[in-house]
Design a protein around this ligand. Structure first.
Ligand code: ADP
Length: 378
């Protein structure tokens, strides 16, 4: 009787020690500990095993294996030492699950059927690499197993048809647009409705209507994420996005250069004022490594994106170098993540995509809309 009681007591101690350890474990993508992030789904302890089930609300991809290993290093000594004290053997099983949820968006905004989360990618200035980042983030999410679409909201200067190598006109079915399905992404752009060389002339109110039509009149399949590549600046499109589109979060792309940062901050503040959660800042063209001398040049300055992220208390999702292959591959319609999946630059895009999805996963969830399936990752 006495021995039985002491074993129950140890189980409680073990549980609290495991929770204590998980409360100290800072996840690199979530940027908080696992208790704060609400990742603990289940902790089962019996006389022969400890089973820890964790649920992450974004796809873990290759990180899943690394995560299990890291957690084992932290938890195994705790489990083994307490098991030893009561003279039993306990095995430790760690399961990491991924579940992409639908996150909340502004009330009174019409939901887009089939789309779980809309993420906008914005910038202050043009030419900072926003479209290139959008395409690579979308492809990285796709490669990690998510169902992803991309909408080119740059109605004045659509570049996605070229960057994704899908310049052909969109097919119209029952008065709706069939998005291009390219490299596993579903893509639509105003460029898919026009001749490549024809300039787009929009009067003010038409811009808002054009964006809403592209979004609502496209036949979207079930998507976990729709990436919206915004035009630069703080104009009509951004306002329409904030007021009429169920967007869950936004990312701001900038270079470290002062003039780019000044405008990027305006874009960030505008979206924040319109109550769109900022998932993070991407610093593009952060540095250039010379192929001849290997010297690192800070062509556009240093730390601008990081300082901006600190100032507004948002995450710096990553720093992308200025690299010839990024420009070349975008021009060829076969961007970096696809062309060189194993290169360091692709890893940077992958890390940024995971961090972006992780930041989104911490936002409140609209459970009513959640239709996702649990995917077992390890
Ligand atoms: P934006 O959408 O901000 O106008 P783009 O994505 O169209 O910018 O990029 C502008 C140009 O810079 C393109 O030619 C693109 O290939 C190139 N580019 C973007 N990011 C990088 C980078 N990190 N290194 C080299 N070239 C880049």
């Amino acid at each position: 009787m006495k021995q039985h009681k002491s074993k129950i007591l140890k189980t409680e101690v073990l549980k609290s020690k495991i929770y204590e350890a998980l409360a100290k474990y800072q996840d690199p993508y979530l940027a908080v500990d696992l208790i704060t992030a609400n990742c603990i789904k289940e902790l089962i302890i019996n006389n022969s095993q400890v089973i820890l089930n964790l649920q992450y609300n974004f796809l873990l991809g290759k990180y899943s294996l690394e995560l299990s290993k890291k957690l084992r290093v932290v938890l195994e000594p705790i489990v083994t030492s307490l098991a030893k004290e009561v003279g039993i053997k306990l095995s430790l099983e760690i399961n990491c699950y991924s579940k992409i949820l639908t996150h909340a968006y502004k009330e009174n905004v019409e939901k887009i059927p089939n789309i779980k989360n809309i993420i906008a990618i914005g910038s202050g200035k043009g030419g900072v690499g926003k479209s290139t980042v959008s395409v690579n983030l979308a492809l990285a999410l796709k490669a990690q197993g998510a169902r992803v679409g991309i909408l080119d909201a740059d109605l004045y200067g659509p570049s996605l048809p070229h960057m994704l190598g899908c310049p052909d006109q969109a097919t119209i079915v029952n008065n709706k647009l069939q998005p291009h399905h390219v490299y596993g992404l579903y893509c639509i752009s105003i460029g898919h409705l026009l001749e490549p060389e024809s300039p787009v002339v929009w009067r003010g109110p038409m811009v808002s209507g054009g964006l809403l039509q592209l979004l609502h009149d496209t036949i979207w399949p079930e998507l976990d994420y729709l990436i919206v590549d915004l035009p630069p600046g703080t104009g009509d499109i951004q306002l329409t996005l904030a007021q009429k589109i169920p967007v869950s979060g936004a990312v701001i792309v900038t270079t470290p250069q002062v003039v780019a940062l000044l405008d990027a901050q305006k874009a960030l503040v505008m979206l924040q004022k319109l109550q769109i959660p900022i998932l993070g800042v991407v610093e593009n063209m952060s540095f250039f490594v010379c192929a001849n001398c290997n010297h690192k040049h800070d062509i556009f300055g240093t730390d601008g994106g990081g300082n901006m992220a600190n100032k507004y208390d948002v995450r710096l999702l990553g720093n992308i170098p200025l690299d010839l292959s990024i420009r070349r591959q975008a021009d060829l319609g076969m961007t970096t993540v696809l062309a060189f999946p194993d290169r360091n630059i692709s890893k940077i895009y992958h890390n940024m995509a995971t961090s972006m999805a992780a930041q989104l996963s911490k936002l409140s969830v609209d459970l009513k809309l959640d239709r996702s399936q649990i995917v077992i990752e390890s």
